[in-house]
Design a protein around this ligand. Structure first.
Ligand SMILES: Nc1ncnc2c1ncn2[C@@H]1O[C@H](COP(=O)(O)OP(=O)(O)OP(=O)(O)O)[C@@H](O)[C@H]1O
Ligand SMILES: [Mg+2]
Length: 244
């Protein structure tokens, strides 16, 4: 069944199961979900609230271990790697936009954005030059319409501004995979369009792959494929190719 060796597949999920323990009960949320993210594609994941989309993204983004199944990145199995190696891989290859932003509260917008670069510096996978990183972070924040918010802490930003900082952080190291959980969920139509253009431009110009979750049909229409998640599984017949 696996097509993991296929050169166009950057990220592959095979038979992902995920359970959570609540008290003395084990509740399974993902029941064997499969997915293939191809190189340079824009893939959309949709489904009802509670279907397991965010849970699946966290496993795909190497943030949460699956209970069963494998995630392959560039053909290489990831969850059996030592933690440090997996964290370094995630840091260099995957930019993650969280549904709930997850900005660090004590850091300014600018400091939050350069954090992935600091981490890469600590892993020794990229040199970290603070002044250059700050300059680049200021530029990206300006592109996201946040030129006057560089020194604001997350609690001094609106929800939409936090969302934009979180997207800018995910793009900062130019990852080949961007995973975005409802990236425009809290933005007004105009700002949402502008942020989306930036996200799409970034993805397309670098040939990166974008996996996004949305409830917005218009956003889905701008993706190459749409997958439906229902009750912790990807519907087999749900891969719709959107004509552009
Ligand atoms: N850490 C956790 N512990 C226990 N249950 C969890 C945990 N995280 C998620 N769940 C449960 O898993 C189910 C799926 O949650 P998930 O956040 O993946 O849904 P979703 O498809 O992203 O929904 P939405 O569209 O509302 O964001 C929910 O019923 C939720 O209660
Ligand atoms: Mg969700």
């Amino acid at each position: 069944m696996s097509q993991a060796t296929h050169k166009d597949c950057l990220l592959v999920a095979e038979g992902i199961r995920k359970s959570f323990r609540i008290g003395d009960r084990e509740i399974e949320i993902l029941h064997g979900a499969n997915l293939e993210l191809r190189r340079s594609e824009r893939l959309c994941l949709m489904g009802a609230s509670g279907a397991g989309k965010s849970t699946f993204l966290h496993v795909l983004g190497l943030l949460e271990p699956p209970t069963e199944g494998r995630i392959l990145l560039n053909g290489k199995s990831t969850w059996d790697l030592p933690m440090r190696e997996r964290a370094a891989l995630r840091n260099r290859h995957i930019g993650f936009v969280f549904q709930a932003y997850h900005l660090l509260p004590d850091l300014t917008a600018l400091e939050n954005i350069i954090l992935p670069a600091r981490i890469a510096g600590a892993y020794g996978t990229l040199p970290f030059v603070k002044r250059e990183a700050e300059q680049e972070a200021a530029e990206i924040l300006e592109r996201f319409g946040l030129k006057d918010r560089l020194k604001h802490k997350p609690n001094q930003l609106s929800g939409g501004e936090r969302q934009r900082v979180s997207i800018a952080r995910a793009l900062f190291l130019k990852p080949e995979i961007v995973i975005a959980d409802e990236p425009t969920g809290n933005l007004d139509t105009g700002t949402g369009e502008r942020v989306l253009e930036l996200l799409f431009h970034e993805q397309q110009s670098r040939g990166a792959s974008l996996l996004l979750v949305t409830h917005d049909e218009r956003l889905a229409e701008r993706c190459d494929r749409v997958l439906m998640m229902e009750d912790g599984q990807i519907q087999a017949d749900s891969s719709v190719v959107i004509p552009h």
